[in-house]
Design a protein around this ligand. Structure first.
Ligand SMILES: [Zn+2]
Ligand SMILES: [Zn+2]
Length: 243
């Protein structure tokens, strides 16, 4: 689904309405996150629908090393030959050399939102680990990649990265904010440091004044994203305009 010319949202109900984002950078394509499905089908179908060849996908960037975002990584790397980028803290999780870190307070006891209990269980028990792929290059706060500025957003995980596209006023944010099942500062039971995540969202709000927020789960916010982010940081109710 096109959010803006050159910025596309991909995903279905799986993985807790997980989303990936495809960016047209001239002739090249950049994919941010890879959805849950391990064959990369939704991404490859989107490339076809856009009249593109798999080899047009030059870069796959990962916001962080959580499984709903990594499912298609190995298959898409094989199908496209794209280079893979992540923060260094996430790289050994993505390559399968380190287990995903679960917050110490998270057990099998159900926590809100209950809609993601299946993900909480998978986290705690270490189920559904996706096929691993090696990261080719590390990214850090302040780097640029294509039209995007890399902005660190530690909290959800220590290596969570977001990507700002100034021309579109769009922030691709991973799991620091979600809109499913409702707008929230991520999902608390799989966020390693909720206080730090809140601080990161506050900082990014002031630094970007983003209009569009491409979230990790649920539909993207298409208008007034900074206002929504400000509401969430302040603990106010918010009703964002989404795709
Ligand atoms: Zn996550
Ligand atoms: Zn996620």
């Amino acid at each position: 689904m096109q959010i803006e010319p050159g910025l596309h949202s991909l995903g279905d109900k799986s993985g807790g309405y997980v989303r990936a984002y495809l960016i047209e950078d001239g002739a090249d394509l950049i994919l941010i996150d890879t959805l849950l499905g391990q064959k990369g089908t939704l991404v490859l179908d989107e490339l076809k629908a856009l009249g593109r060849h798999p080899s047009d996908l030059k870069k796959i960037i990962l916001t962080h090393g959580h499984q709903s975002h990594l499912g298609g990584l190995a298959a898409l790397k094989a199908a496209t030959g794209a280079r893979i980028y992540s923060h260094i803290w996430e790289a050994d999780v993505i390559s399968g050399k380190r287990k995903v870190q679960v917050p110490p307070t998270t057990t099998l006891f159900p926590q809100k939102p209950l809609e993601i209990y299946f993900l909480q269980v998978a986290f705690v028990l270490g189920l559904g680990v996706p096929p691993a792929a090696d990261v080719d290059e590390n990214l850090k706060d302040g780097d640029t990649i294509g039209p995007l500025t890399v902005m660190g957003a530690p909290g959800h995980t220590p290596g969570s990265l977001t990507f700002y596209w100034p021309e579109k006023k769009a922030l691709i944010a991973g799991d620091i904010v979600v809109t499913w099942p409702g707008p929230a500062l991520g999902w608390p039971q799989i966020t390693l440091d909720n206080k730090q995540n809140r601080e990161s969202v506050g900082k990014l709000t002031d630094m970007t004044h983003a209009e569009i927020l491409c979230v990790g789960h649920g539909q993207a916010i298409v208008k007034g994203a900074a206002d929504t982010m400000r509401d969430l940081v302040a603990g106010r109710e918010t009703k964002p305009e989404t795709l």
